[in-house]
Design a protein around this ligand. Structure first.
Ligand code: GLP
Length: 228
């Protein structure tokens, strides 16, 4: 899965070295990041002109917190390739003014236009932190995490309380990307994928909106597809 996703991303970088790309976090894309780092080292592919955005961030959270998505992306990608600091635009979980942070972030994305957006999916079918019943017209904003997500992701916050909120790219913004790659792996993602592949488009299942995107690639393993 990660190799296939990496080949697609690589193809896009080779076609457009100043690609504008939106990045997910979580367990699923770790293999993709490992492959991209390998490609950078072995095939001397430059990341210096790529513009990076991320999909979501806990709120509030310090950048240096091991669970921040800032920390995750720095550790797994940016610190290992030749990314240019001024090309990295991540949602800031430390901001005192989340409203302004989201507005600035949304403006930056509108100015740059996402060429490629890579997404994971939650067990409850959230994309980014757009939880079930998020509006399909939503833009980047501060959201409350669902009880299910708090329960599920609490295990990563050893001895600490998980932040109750998050900043997330909105669904409308996601849908404005020219191309989307959705990554899904494991049995626990099967029900979410079913909503995308067989279900109807419904705000109760945020991932289902991707069915309406004109250039969506789903990279999934057999378990997530319910065939393994
Ligand atoms: C998290 C993030 C998403 C991510 C999803 C799946 O809570 N908000 O951006 O895509 O859940 O994570 P994982 O790949 O670890 O299953």
């Amino acid at each position: 899965m990660s190799k296939i996703a990496c080949e697609i991303v690589l193809g896009d970088i080779l076609k457009k070295p100043n690609l504008v790309i939106g990045l997910p976090t979580g367990r699923t894309p770790l293999g993709l990041y490992r492959n991209l780092v390998w490609v950078y080292k072995k095939r001397k592919i430059s990341f210096s002109r790529i513009k990076f955005f991320n999909v979501d961030e806990y709120y509030p959270i310090k950048k240096r917190d091991q669970n921040s998505f800032y920390h995750y992306l720095s550790k797994n990608l940016f610190n290992k390739v030749n990314a240019t600091a001024s090309n990295i635009h991540l949602l800031n979980g430390e901001t005192k003014n989340p409203k302004r942070e989201c507005a600035d972030y949304g403006r930056k994305i509108r100015e740059n236009l996402l060429d490629l957006l890579i997404l994971g999916v939650g067990v409850n079918s959230h994309i980014g932190f757009n939880e079930p019943c998020s509006s399909f017209n939503s833009r980047t904003r501060l959201v409350e995490l669902s009880e299910e997500t708090i329960k599920r992701n609490s295990r990563f916050f050893k001895n600490k309380k998980i932040p109750p909120k998050a900043l997330t790219m909105g669904i409308k913004t996601m849908m404005s990307a020219k191309k989307i790659i959705l990554l899904a792996s494991g049995k626990e993602k099967h029900s979410a994928l079913k909503h995308l592949i067989n279900g109807s488009v419904n705000e109760k299942f945020p991932v289902s909106i991707l069915k309406r995107h004109k250039n969506l690639i789903v990279v999934a393993d057999k378990k997530a597809l319910g065939r393994g």
